[in-house]
Design a protein around this ligand. Sequence first.
Ligand code: CO
Length: 202
Amino acid sequence: MLEHLKDKNRAWAAKKIAADPGFFKRLEGQQAPRYLWIGCSDSRVPANEIVDLDPGELFVHRNVANLAPPQDANYLSVLQFAVDVIKVEHIMVVGHYGCGGVAAAVDGKRRGLVDHWLHPIREVHHDHRHELAALDSDKARWDRLVELNVIRQVRNVASDVFVQDAWARGQALNVHGWVYTLGDGLVNDLGVTVSGPEELRA
Ligand code: CO
């Protein structure tokens, strides 16, 4: 089964080796990525491809609607390993316009477990209900909620004790908020980068 994927895998590995015979042998020794990507599971938002990085260059955590919930052991394990062991210099929280997870959080329909997972987005929606209500279309409200969710997750990451402790010991670490556009393949930097505890307070 899945022979077409195994064929594609063998062709991909051969292409890598043709371009750089030592490629996989070097990666076998260690990984030293400079970036942690926290993004949505959506198949249209493939982390490495979007920023054109090779295996070994990007540490990745993805879940529905790119959340960084401070009680989620999966996300926290990734964050701690990235910050304390790999010592990444940049963490990007990457949302995307047209995110079905963000829409599902606030459409009032019941889906089961995912409704609990998406709860933090309903809180963001409530906290910004006046700003959102003032926008003139559902599309504009959806786009803005995607951005507001990214900003909230940047705050979660930057206020986490692993990140706070890294800054306290003088480690260089920047937390960025990006939004990806499905329709043109481009990333938009929301300009909410946090590089230390003072900036988080601001
Ligand atoms: Co999504």
